[in-house]
Design a protein around this ligand. Structure first.
Ligand SMILES: Cc1cc2nc3c(=O)[nH]c(=O)nc-3n(C[C@H](O)[C@H](O)[C@H](O)COP(=O)(O)OP(=O)(O)OC[C@H]3O[C@@H](n4cnc5c(N)ncnc54)[C@H](O)[C@@H]3O)c2cc1C
Length: 381
C-alpha cells in the first residue's frame, strides 16, 4: 500500500495517541486487548476496516500447534522450542475460548482431524502421532480412515474447534475497548525521540508512545525490514449451497500436509479450502486477494471426488492473503533503530493457533522489554 503526495503531503491533522496498533485483524485486536489490560489507551488504525484482511477470510480452524508435523518440527526447531510453541498455541486457544464465550461467538467443538491422502503420508502421520504421544499430547491416532472417505490414516485432536472467524475478531475488538480509525493507510513511521513515534497515515499524523504493527502479509509493503522475512501467500476457499442432509464432517478436516482443508459451516454448507500446492508459482508473493481458476478448479475437483454424495452447486468463492515467515514461526520484535515500534507478524496460515499468544508477547516486549522466546525475530538477524 502506498500513499501519493496528492492524497497526503504530511500536513494532515496531528493526533496524539498513547498506544497505536496498525492492523485491525485477529492479531491487532488481540494486541489491543492486551495493551488495554496493561492500562494503556489503545487506538487501532487499518487501511480497510475491522478484520477485512485474512482474519475474516480464513477457514476458522482452531488447531493446536504448527502446520509442520510434530516429528518434523522437533527435527527442525528442537524439542524445547516445539514444547514452547505448542504451549503458546494452547495459551492462544485459552484466550480465544474466553473471547468466544464472553462475546457469544459461534463455535463448534468438533475437534480436528489430520488425514493422510496417501500411504506415504500415513507413515508420516504415524510418526507424528508417536512423537506427540510420547511428549504427552492428547491425540487419537487412527490407522484407518475414521471418516470412511478413502483416507489412509488420521490424527484427531479432540480439543480443537471450528469458529466463525469474523465474529471472533469483532468480539475481541469490542472487548478491547480500543478506538478504531478505518480507511487509513500507514505509509511512514519515524522514531526521532526515545519516547515518541511519528506515524504518517492518509488521514492523520499520529504522535504515539508505542506502535505495534499487526500487518502480517502486508508488512513488507510497509517496512523493508520485512522483505524476505514475510512472504505474502494467497489462500482460497469455496462453499457449497446449504445442504439438506445435515453436517457432512463434524470435524475440522485437513490433509495433504495441510494443503487441503474442509469443514461444515454453521449454516449447513461444506467449505473446502487450500488447493494451492500445484500452483505455488501463481499463489506466492502476492497481496492480491482475487480467486484464480487453477486453484478453484482443484477445490471443486476435490469436493466432487471426496464428497461424491454432494451435488449442491458452489455458492461462493473467495481468497485471502497469509503471511508466511521464512522459517514458518511467528515473528515478534521491534524495528531496527525504532525501539518503540513493535511487530507481531508471520503467522504462516496459523493465526488462530498462534496469534493471540504472540500478540501478548509483542505487547510485553514493547511495554516491559520481556524476551518473546522462540518467536523472537532476532533469530533471523
Ligand atoms: C483462506 C485462508 C484460510 C485460512 N485458514 C486458517 C485457519 O483455518 N486457521 C488458522 O489458524 N489460520 C488460517 N488462516 C490464516 C489466518 O487467517 C491468519 O493467520 C490471521 O488472520 C492473521 O491475522 P492478522 O491480524 O495478523 O492479519 P490480517 O487479518 O491480514 O490483518 C492485517 C491487517 O493489516 C492491515 N494493514 C496492512 N497494511 C497496512 C497499512 N500500511 N496501514 C494500515 N493497515 C494496514 C490490513 O488491512 C489488515 O486488516 C487462513 C488464511 C486464509 C487467507
Amino acid at each position: 500500500m502506498t500513499v501519493s503526495i496528492w492524497q497526503a503531503d504530511g500536513a494532515q491533522p496531528q493526533q496524539d495517541v498513547d498506544f497505536l496498533v496498525v492492523g485491525a485483524g485477529l492479531v491487532g485486536c488481540s494486541a489491543a486487548w492486551f495493551a488495554a489490560q496493561a492500562g494503556r489507551q489503545v487506538t487501532i488504525t487499518d487501511a480497510r476496516d475491522l478484520a477485512l484482511g485474512a482474519s475474516s477470510r480464513n477457514a476458522g480452524f482452531m488447531i493446536t500447534g504448527l502446520d509442520t508435523y510434530y516429528h518434523h518440527a522437533v527435527e527442525q526447531y528442537g524439542l524445547a522450542t516445539v514444547r514452547e510453541l505448542w504451549g503458546l498455541s494452547r495459551t492462544t486457544h485459552r484466550y480465544l475460548r474466553e473471547f468466544i464465550r464472553t462475546g457469544g461467538v459461534q463455535v463448534d467443538d468438533c475437534g480436528s482431524t489430520l488425514l493422510a491422502e496417501t500411504e506415504a503420508e500415513a507413515r508420516e502421520l504415524e510418526q507424528a502421532a508417536r512423537a506427540m504421544e510420547s511428549d504427552g499430547h492428547t491425540i487419537v491416532y487412527h490407522s484407518r480412515d475414521p471418516l470412511n472417505r478413502g483416507y489412509c490414516a488420521a490424527i484427531e485432536q479432540p480439543q480443537d474447534a471450528a469458529v466463525q472467524p469474523y465474529q471472533l475478531v469483532q468480539a475481541i475488538f469490542r472487548q478491547s475497548g480500543a478506538g478504531l480509525i478505518p480507511n487509513n493507510e500507514v505509509y511512514r513511521i519515524e522514531q526521532d525521540r526515545p519516547d515518541a513515534v511519528t506515524v504518517y497515515t492518509r488521514q492523520f499524523v499520529f504522535r504515539a508512545r508505542h506502535v505495534l504493527l499487526c500487518t502480517n502479509a502486508y508488512s513488507p509493503a510497509l517496512d523493508p525490514y520485512f522483505v524476505g522475512k514475510v512472504i505474502p501467500t494467497r489462500a482460497q476457499c469455496l462453499v457449497t449451497a446449504p445442504l439438506t442432509d445435515g453436517p457432512v464432517l463434524n470435524t475440522c478436516g485437513y490433509s495433504d500436509y495441510g494443503y487441503m482443508y474442509y469443514r461444515d459451516t454453521f449454516d449447513g454448507r461444506l467449505l473446502i479450502g487450500g488447493g494451492r500446492k500445484q500452483s505455488k508459482w501463481l499463489e506466492g508473493s502476492t497481496t492480491d486477494d482475487r480467486i484464480t481458476d487453477p486453484v478453484q478448479q482443484r477445490l471443486e475437483q476435490y469436493l466432487r471426488a471426496r464428497f461424491p454424495e454432494i451435488d449442491a452447486p458452489v455458492d461462493q468463492r473467495w481468497a485471502g492473503i497469509m503471511g508466511f515467515s521464512v522459517d514458518k514461526l511467528p515473528l515478534v520484535g521491534t524495528l531496527p533503530g525504532k525501539p518503540n515500534v513493535g511487530f507481531a507478524v508471520g503467522f504462516t496460515g496459523h493465526g488462530l493457533a498462534m496469534g493471540a499468544g504472540s500478540a501478548e508477547r509483542a505487547v510485553e516486549l514493547l511495554l516491559k522489554g520481556t524476551d518473546p522466546g522462540a518467536i523472537n525475530a532476532a533469530r533471523l538477524h
